[in-house]
Design a protein around this ligand. Structure first.
Ligand code: ARG
Length: 402
Protein backbone atom coordinates (compact mmCIF):
# COMPACT_ATOMS: atom_id res chain seq x y z
CA UNK A 1 0.00 0.00 0.00
CA UNK A 2 2.94 2.38 0.47
CA UNK A 3 3.50 4.55 3.49
CA UNK A 4 1.29 7.43 4.42
CA UNK A 5 2.63 10.35 6.44
CA UNK A 6 -0.49 12.29 7.34
CA UNK A 7 -3.93 10.71 7.63
CA UNK A 8 -7.42 12.10 8.32
CA UNK A 9 -9.36 9.52 10.33
CA UNK A 10 -13.16 9.26 10.51
CA UNK A 11 -13.66 9.30 14.26
CA UNK A 12 -16.61 8.30 16.45
CA UNK A 13 -15.09 8.39 19.92
CA UNK A 14 -15.51 4.64 20.43
CA UNK A 15 -12.71 2.28 21.40
CA UNK A 16 -12.12 0.96 17.91
CA UNK A 17 -11.63 4.28 16.18
CA UNK A 18 -9.61 5.53 19.18
CA UNK A 19 -7.24 2.56 18.92
CA UNK A 20 -6.84 3.35 15.22
CA UNK A 21 -4.92 6.48 16.21
CA UNK A 22 -1.91 4.88 18.01
CA UNK A 23 -2.13 1.85 15.74
CA UNK A 24 -1.72 3.92 12.58
CA UNK A 25 1.25 5.71 14.13
CA UNK A 26 3.01 2.77 15.77
CA UNK A 27 2.30 -0.09 13.41
CA UNK A 28 1.93 1.65 10.09
CA UNK A 29 4.36 4.51 10.58
CA UNK A 30 1.87 7.31 9.97
CA UNK A 31 3.44 10.46 11.40
CA UNK A 32 0.33 12.50 12.03
CA UNK A 33 -3.29 11.47 12.58
CA UNK A 34 -5.97 14.14 12.31
CA UNK A 35 -9.44 13.04 13.38
CA UNK A 36 -12.79 14.13 12.07
CA UNK A 37 -16.02 13.50 14.02
CA UNK A 38 -19.24 14.31 12.21
CA UNK A 39 -22.34 15.68 13.85
CA UNK A 40 -25.19 14.02 11.95
CA UNK A 41 -27.80 14.82 14.56
CA UNK A 42 -27.03 11.75 16.66
CA UNK A 43 -27.27 13.85 19.81
CA UNK A 44 -23.83 12.91 21.21
CA UNK A 45 -21.88 15.58 22.98
CA UNK A 46 -19.01 16.34 20.67
CA UNK A 47 -16.59 18.18 22.95
CA UNK A 48 -15.65 15.02 24.95
CA UNK A 49 -15.20 13.19 21.66
CA UNK A 50 -12.96 15.96 20.35
CA UNK A 51 -10.89 15.78 23.52
CA UNK A 52 -10.71 12.00 23.49
CA UNK A 53 -9.11 11.99 20.05
CA UNK A 54 -6.37 14.31 21.32
CA UNK A 55 -5.88 12.13 24.42
CA UNK A 56 -5.53 9.13 22.11
CA UNK A 57 -2.72 10.77 20.19
CA UNK A 58 -4.34 12.78 17.42
CA UNK A 59 -2.36 15.86 16.44
CA UNK A 60 -5.54 17.71 15.55
CA UNK A 61 -9.16 16.89 16.33
CA UNK A 62 -11.90 18.33 14.17
CA UNK A 63 -15.63 18.12 14.76
CA UNK A 64 -18.04 19.32 12.13
CA UNK A 65 -21.76 19.85 11.88
CA UNK A 66 -23.04 18.05 8.79
CA UNK A 67 -26.70 17.87 9.78
CA UNK A 68 -28.03 20.31 7.23
CA UNK A 69 -26.26 18.87 4.17
CA UNK A 70 -27.09 15.39 5.44
CA UNK A 71 -30.80 16.09 5.29
CA UNK A 72 -30.88 18.34 2.21
CA UNK A 73 -28.45 16.52 -0.04
CA UNK A 74 -28.85 12.93 1.11
CA UNK A 75 -32.10 12.29 3.01
CA UNK A 76 -34.35 14.43 0.81
CA UNK A 77 -33.18 12.82 -2.44
CA UNK A 78 -33.82 9.44 -0.78
CA UNK A 79 -37.40 10.51 -0.02
CA UNK A 80 -37.89 11.55 -3.64
CA UNK A 81 -36.52 8.15 -4.65
CA UNK A 82 -38.74 6.31 -2.11
CA UNK A 83 -35.51 4.47 -1.37
CA UNK A 84 -36.05 1.24 0.52
CA UNK A 85 -33.29 -1.36 0.28
CA UNK A 86 -34.79 -4.79 -0.26
CA UNK A 87 -38.15 -3.08 -0.06
CA UNK A 88 -37.74 -2.16 3.61
CA UNK A 89 -34.62 -0.41 4.91
CA UNK A 90 -34.60 3.35 4.23
CA UNK A 91 -30.77 3.55 4.20
CA UNK A 92 -30.39 5.71 7.31
CA UNK A 93 -26.77 4.63 7.84
CA UNK A 94 -25.84 4.21 4.19
CA UNK A 95 -26.84 7.77 3.28
CA UNK A 96 -24.39 9.27 5.76
CA UNK A 97 -21.29 7.56 4.40
CA UNK A 98 -20.75 9.42 1.10
CA UNK A 99 -21.18 12.69 3.00
CA UNK A 100 -18.59 11.75 5.63
CA UNK A 101 -16.27 10.59 2.85
CA UNK A 102 -16.68 13.90 1.03
CA UNK A 103 -15.82 15.84 4.18
CA UNK A 104 -12.80 13.63 4.94
CA UNK A 105 -11.47 14.39 1.48
CA UNK A 106 -12.03 18.14 1.93
CA UNK A 107 -10.18 18.08 5.24
CA UNK A 108 -7.37 16.03 3.74
CA UNK A 109 -6.96 18.79 1.14
CA UNK A 110 -7.05 21.52 3.79
CA UNK A 111 -4.38 19.93 5.97
CA UNK A 112 -2.30 18.49 3.16
CA UNK A 113 -2.82 14.84 4.13
CA UNK A 114 -1.88 12.00 1.81
CA UNK A 115 -4.34 9.48 3.29
CA UNK A 116 -7.75 9.11 4.85
CA UNK A 117 -8.56 6.37 7.34
CA UNK A 118 -11.58 4.67 8.85
CA UNK A 119 -12.21 2.05 11.52
CA UNK A 120 -14.53 -0.22 9.53
CA UNK A 121 -14.03 -3.97 9.61
CA UNK A 122 -13.85 -6.14 6.53
CA UNK A 123 -17.32 -7.60 6.98
CA UNK A 124 -19.56 -4.60 6.70
CA UNK A 125 -21.03 -2.30 4.08
CA UNK A 126 -19.58 0.91 5.46
CA UNK A 127 -16.02 0.06 4.34
CA UNK A 128 -17.34 -0.37 0.81
CA UNK A 129 -19.15 2.96 0.92
CA UNK A 130 -16.13 4.85 2.28
CA UNK A 131 -13.55 3.26 0.01
CA UNK A 132 -15.56 3.65 -3.20
CA UNK A 133 -16.56 7.23 -2.40
CA UNK A 134 -13.02 8.29 -1.55
CA UNK A 135 -11.68 6.55 -4.65
CA UNK A 136 -14.16 8.51 -6.76
CA UNK A 137 -13.53 11.89 -5.15
CA UNK A 138 -9.79 11.69 -4.56
CA UNK A 139 -8.06 8.86 -6.41
CA UNK A 140 -4.66 10.09 -5.22
CA UNK A 141 -5.43 9.65 -1.52
CA UNK A 142 -4.59 6.36 0.18
CA UNK A 143 -7.37 4.73 2.17
CA UNK A 144 -6.18 3.16 5.42
CA UNK A 145 -8.46 0.66 7.16
CA UNK A 146 -6.47 -0.79 10.08
CA UNK A 147 -9.41 -2.68 11.62
CA UNK A 148 -9.68 -4.65 8.38
CA UNK A 149 -6.18 -5.98 8.95
CA UNK A 150 -5.27 -5.98 12.60
CA UNK A 151 -7.08 -9.20 13.45
CA UNK A 152 -7.65 -8.19 17.10
CA UNK A 153 -10.64 -9.38 19.11
CA UNK A 154 -12.57 -6.83 21.10
CA UNK A 155 -10.59 -7.71 24.27
CA UNK A 156 -7.32 -7.41 22.41
CA UNK A 157 -8.36 -4.06 20.99
CA UNK A 158 -9.18 -2.76 24.48
CA UNK A 159 -5.87 -4.09 25.83
CA UNK A 160 -3.94 -2.47 22.98
CA UNK A 161 -5.74 0.78 23.74
CA UNK A 162 -4.91 0.56 27.44
CA UNK A 163 -1.23 0.12 26.65
CA UNK A 164 -1.48 3.37 24.66
CA UNK A 165 -3.31 5.24 27.43
CA UNK A 166 -6.81 4.91 25.99
CA UNK A 167 -9.19 4.20 28.86
CA UNK A 168 -11.29 1.07 28.41
CA UNK A 169 -15.04 1.63 28.30
CA UNK A 170 -16.13 2.51 31.85
CA UNK A 171 -19.60 1.04 32.00
CA UNK A 172 -20.06 -2.59 31.10
CA UNK A 173 -20.27 -2.28 27.37
CA UNK A 174 -23.70 -2.88 25.91
CA UNK A 175 -23.70 -6.02 23.78
CA UNK A 176 -25.19 -4.11 20.86
CA UNK A 177 -23.52 -2.35 17.98
CA UNK A 178 -25.43 0.83 17.27
CA UNK A 179 -25.16 3.38 14.50
CA UNK A 180 -27.11 6.56 15.04
CA UNK A 181 -27.93 9.75 13.21
CA UNK A 182 -30.90 12.08 12.71
CA UNK A 183 -32.52 9.60 10.30
CA UNK A 184 -32.56 6.75 12.75
CA UNK A 185 -30.74 3.96 14.54
CA UNK A 186 -29.42 0.59 13.43
CA UNK A 187 -28.93 -2.02 16.14
CA UNK A 188 -26.92 -5.19 15.61
CA UNK A 189 -25.04 -7.91 17.49
CA UNK A 190 -25.38 -9.46 20.95
CA UNK A 191 -28.59 -11.47 21.37
CA UNK A 192 -29.91 -10.06 18.08
CA UNK A 193 -27.48 -12.27 16.17
CA UNK A 194 -29.98 -15.10 16.60
CA UNK A 195 -32.54 -14.26 13.92
CA UNK A 196 -35.13 -16.29 15.80
CA UNK A 197 -34.94 -14.18 18.97
CA UNK A 198 -37.40 -11.32 19.44
CA UNK A 199 -35.60 -8.00 20.00
CA UNK A 200 -35.85 -6.87 23.64
CA UNK A 201 -37.70 -3.62 24.20
CA UNK A 202 -34.57 -2.01 25.74
CA UNK A 203 -32.84 -1.66 22.37
CA UNK A 204 -35.26 0.99 21.10
CA UNK A 205 -34.79 4.69 21.70
CA UNK A 206 -36.72 6.60 19.03
CA UNK A 207 -39.96 4.63 18.99
CA UNK A 208 -42.32 3.51 21.75
CA UNK A 209 -43.75 0.01 21.92
CA UNK A 210 -47.20 -0.63 20.54
CA UNK A 211 -48.41 -1.17 24.10
CA UNK A 212 -47.11 2.20 25.22
CA UNK A 213 -48.45 4.05 22.17
CA UNK A 214 -51.51 6.26 22.71
CA UNK A 215 -54.92 4.67 22.27
CA UNK A 216 -56.07 7.69 20.25
CA UNK A 217 -54.98 7.86 16.61
CA UNK A 218 -53.45 11.06 15.27
CA UNK A 219 -53.77 12.26 11.68
CA UNK A 220 -50.83 14.27 10.33
CA UNK A 221 -50.74 16.11 7.03
CA UNK A 222 -47.47 16.23 5.11
CA UNK A 223 -47.12 18.90 2.41
CA UNK A 224 -44.78 18.37 -0.57
CA UNK A 225 -43.29 20.66 -3.21
CA UNK A 226 -41.53 19.05 -6.15
CA UNK A 227 -41.25 15.85 -4.19
CA UNK A 228 -39.62 17.45 -1.14
CA UNK A 229 -41.54 17.49 2.15
CA UNK A 230 -42.04 21.12 3.18
CA UNK A 231 -44.70 21.22 5.88
CA UNK A 232 -46.39 19.22 8.63
CA UNK A 233 -49.98 20.07 9.53
CA UNK A 234 -49.77 23.23 7.47
CA UNK A 235 -46.65 24.57 9.20
CA UNK A 236 -43.68 25.13 6.89
CA UNK A 237 -40.48 23.69 8.29
CA UNK A 238 -36.88 23.70 7.18
CA UNK A 239 -35.62 20.23 6.20
CA UNK A 240 -33.87 19.47 9.51
CA UNK A 241 -36.80 20.60 11.67
CA UNK A 242 -39.18 18.67 9.46
CA UNK A 243 -37.27 15.42 9.92
CA UNK A 244 -37.06 15.98 13.68
CA UNK A 245 -40.77 16.58 13.90
CA UNK A 246 -41.64 13.59 11.72
CA UNK A 247 -39.44 11.43 13.97
CA UNK A 248 -41.20 12.70 17.07
CA UNK A 249 -44.70 12.17 15.69
CA UNK A 250 -44.17 8.73 14.18
CA UNK A 251 -41.97 7.52 17.04
CA UNK A 252 -44.52 8.53 19.67
CA UNK A 253 -47.06 6.24 17.96
CA UNK A 254 -44.64 3.33 17.74
CA UNK A 255 -44.27 3.55 13.97
CA UNK A 256 -40.91 3.01 12.29
CA UNK A 257 -39.41 -0.22 13.63
CA UNK A 258 -37.92 -2.82 11.31
CA UNK A 259 -36.59 -6.29 12.02
CA UNK A 260 -35.09 -7.84 8.93
CA UNK A 261 -32.60 -10.25 7.46
CA UNK A 262 -30.52 -8.14 5.13
CA UNK A 263 -28.12 -9.09 2.34
CA UNK A 264 -24.82 -7.27 2.75
CA UNK A 265 -22.57 -6.29 -0.12
CA UNK A 266 -19.90 -8.78 0.98
CA UNK A 267 -22.34 -11.64 0.55
CA UNK A 268 -23.44 -12.43 4.08
CA UNK A 269 -26.90 -12.22 5.51
CA UNK A 270 -27.25 -10.29 8.73
CA UNK A 271 -30.06 -9.63 11.14
CA UNK A 272 -30.73 -5.91 11.40
CA UNK A 273 -33.01 -3.90 13.61
CA UNK A 274 -33.79 -0.33 12.62
CA UNK A 275 -35.90 2.46 13.90
CA UNK A 276 -36.36 5.18 11.32
CA UNK A 277 -39.76 6.66 12.17
CA UNK A 278 -39.70 9.99 10.32
CA UNK A 279 -38.05 8.76 7.15
CA UNK A 280 -40.48 5.85 6.78
CA UNK A 281 -43.45 8.14 7.38
CA UNK A 282 -42.26 10.66 4.80
CA UNK A 283 -41.52 7.99 2.20
CA UNK A 284 -44.95 6.48 2.66
CA UNK A 285 -46.63 9.87 2.21
CA UNK A 286 -44.42 10.71 -0.77
CA UNK A 287 -45.22 7.42 -2.55
CA UNK A 288 -48.87 8.17 -2.12
CA UNK A 289 -48.64 11.66 -3.60
CA UNK A 290 -46.82 10.21 -6.60
CA UNK A 291 -49.64 7.73 -7.14
CA UNK A 292 -51.94 10.73 -7.58
CA UNK A 293 -49.66 12.96 -9.66
CA UNK A 294 -47.51 10.71 -11.87
CA UNK A 295 -48.75 9.01 -15.04
CA UNK A 296 -49.07 5.24 -14.79
CA UNK A 297 -46.16 4.40 -17.08
CA UNK A 298 -43.83 6.92 -15.43
CA UNK A 299 -44.84 5.56 -12.04
CA UNK A 300 -44.10 1.98 -13.04
CA UNK A 301 -40.71 2.83 -14.49
CA UNK A 302 -39.90 4.91 -11.44
CA UNK A 303 -40.71 2.05 -9.08
CA UNK A 304 -38.14 -0.11 -10.86
CA UNK A 305 -35.50 2.63 -10.90
CA UNK A 306 -36.13 3.32 -7.21
CA UNK A 307 -35.08 -0.19 -6.37
CA UNK A 308 -31.90 0.26 -8.37
CA UNK A 309 -31.28 3.61 -6.69
CA UNK A 310 -31.59 2.01 -3.26
CA UNK A 311 -29.27 -0.83 -4.27
CA UNK A 312 -26.67 1.62 -5.57
CA UNK A 313 -26.72 3.69 -2.39
CA UNK A 314 -26.60 0.61 -0.19
CA UNK A 315 -23.74 -0.81 -2.21
CA UNK A 316 -21.59 2.31 -1.97
CA UNK A 317 -22.10 3.65 -5.49
CA UNK A 318 -23.48 7.07 -4.53
CA UNK A 319 -20.95 8.84 -6.79
CA UNK A 320 -21.37 6.40 -9.68
CA UNK A 321 -22.77 6.92 -13.19
CA UNK A 322 -26.00 4.96 -12.86
CA UNK A 323 -27.03 6.80 -9.71
CA UNK A 324 -26.30 10.07 -11.50
CA UNK A 325 -28.42 9.07 -14.50
CA UNK A 326 -31.34 7.86 -12.37
CA UNK A 327 -31.19 11.15 -10.45
CA UNK A 328 -31.83 12.91 -13.75
CA UNK A 329 -34.97 10.85 -14.28
CA UNK A 330 -36.17 11.41 -10.74
CA UNK A 331 -35.57 15.15 -10.94
CA UNK A 332 -37.82 15.40 -13.99
CA UNK A 333 -40.61 13.34 -12.43
CA UNK A 334 -40.70 15.37 -9.22
CA UNK A 335 -41.68 18.64 -10.91
CA UNK A 336 -45.33 17.61 -10.58
CA UNK A 337 -45.18 16.00 -7.14
CA UNK A 338 -46.92 18.86 -5.32
CA UNK A 339 -49.69 18.49 -2.80
CA UNK A 340 -50.34 16.90 0.54
CA UNK A 341 -51.03 13.57 2.13
CA UNK A 342 -52.80 12.77 5.36
CA UNK A 343 -51.55 9.82 7.36
CA UNK A 344 -53.16 8.31 10.42
CA UNK A 345 -50.67 7.22 13.08
CA UNK A 346 -51.97 4.64 15.46
CA UNK A 347 -50.42 1.81 17.52
CA UNK A 348 -47.40 1.17 15.32
CA UNK A 349 -49.11 1.81 12.01
CA UNK A 350 -49.16 4.71 9.56
CA UNK A 351 -52.13 4.52 7.23
CA UNK A 352 -52.73 6.95 4.39
CA UNK A 353 -56.26 8.34 4.70
CA UNK A 354 -56.21 11.15 2.13
CA UNK A 355 -54.20 12.75 -0.68
CA UNK A 356 -54.67 15.91 -2.72
CA UNK A 357 -52.89 18.02 -5.30
CA UNK A 358 -54.53 21.21 -6.53
CA UNK A 359 -52.30 21.71 -9.55
CA UNK A 360 -51.01 18.25 -10.44
CA UNK A 361 -53.60 15.61 -9.61
CA UNK A 362 -54.22 13.29 -12.56
CA UNK A 363 -57.33 11.95 -10.86
CA UNK A 364 -60.23 13.26 -12.97
CA UNK A 365 -63.67 13.17 -11.37
CA UNK A 366 -65.56 13.11 -14.66
CA UNK A 367 -63.64 9.97 -15.63
CA UNK A 368 -63.69 8.21 -12.27
CA UNK A 369 -67.24 8.86 -11.12
CA UNK A 370 -70.14 6.44 -11.32
CA UNK A 371 -72.75 9.16 -10.89
CA UNK A 372 -74.50 11.38 -13.46
CA UNK A 373 -71.39 13.52 -14.06
CA UNK A 374 -69.70 10.59 -15.81
CA UNK A 375 -68.09 11.66 -19.09
CA UNK A 376 -66.29 8.45 -19.93
CA UNK A 377 -67.39 7.09 -23.32
CA UNK A 378 -68.52 3.60 -22.34
CA UNK A 379 -69.24 2.53 -25.93
CA UNK A 380 -65.65 3.27 -26.99
CA UNK A 381 -64.58 0.40 -24.76
CA UNK A 382 -66.01 -2.17 -27.18
CA UNK A 383 -63.66 -1.30 -30.06
CA UNK A 384 -60.75 -1.04 -27.65
CA UNK A 385 -61.41 -4.50 -26.26
CA UNK A 386 -61.79 -5.95 -29.79
CA UNK A 387 -58.23 -4.89 -30.60
CA UNK A 388 -56.79 -5.48 -27.14
CA UNK A 389 -58.05 -9.07 -27.02
CA UNK A 390 -57.32 -9.94 -30.64
CA UNK A 391 -53.99 -11.72 -30.12
CA UNK A 392 -55.43 -13.73 -27.25
CA UNK A 393 -58.45 -14.83 -29.30
CA UNK A 394 -56.28 -15.78 -32.27
CA UNK A 395 -53.89 -17.77 -30.14
CA UNK A 396 -56.70 -19.48 -28.22
CA UNK A 397 -58.50 -20.42 -31.45
CA UNK A 398 -55.36 -22.02 -32.88
CA UNK A 399 -54.62 -24.00 -29.73
CA UNK A 400 -58.17 -25.14 -29.19
CA UNK A 401 -57.99 -26.90 -32.59
CA UNK A 402 -55.11 -29.16 -31.54
N1 ARG B 1 -26.70 -2.69 7.86
C1 ARG B 1 -26.84 -1.28 7.83
C2 ARG B 1 -26.18 -0.71 6.61
O1 ARG B 1 -25.38 -1.36 6.02
C3 ARG B 1 -26.34 -0.65 9.10
C4 ARG B 1 -24.87 -0.62 9.27
C5 ARG B 1 -24.49 -0.08 10.59
N2 ARG B 1 -23.09 0.32 10.62
C6 ARG B 1 -22.34 0.29 11.69
N3 ARG B 1 -21.09 0.65 11.57
N4 ARG B 1 -22.79 -0.13 12.86
O2 ARG B 1 -26.47 0.38 6.20
Amino acid sequence: MGRATKAVLAYSGGVDTSVCIPYLKQEWGVEEVITFAADLGQGDELEPIRQKALDSGASQSIVGDLIDPFIREFAFPAIRANALYEGRYPLSTALARPLIARRLVEIAREVGADAVAHGCTGKGNDQVRFDVAIGALAPDLKVLAPAREWGMSREQTIAYGERCGIPSPVSKKSPYSIDLNLLGRSIEAGPLEDPNVEPPEEIYALTVSIDAAPAQPQVVEIGFEQGYPVSIDGVRLDPVSLIRQANGLAGSHGFGRLDMIENRVVGIKSREIYETPGLLLLIRAHQELESLTLAADVLRSKRQLEQQWADLVYQGLWFGPLKDAIDGFIERTQLSVNGSVRVKLHKGSATVVGRSSAADSLYVDAMATYDSGDQFDHRAAEGFIYVWGLPTRLWAARHRLR
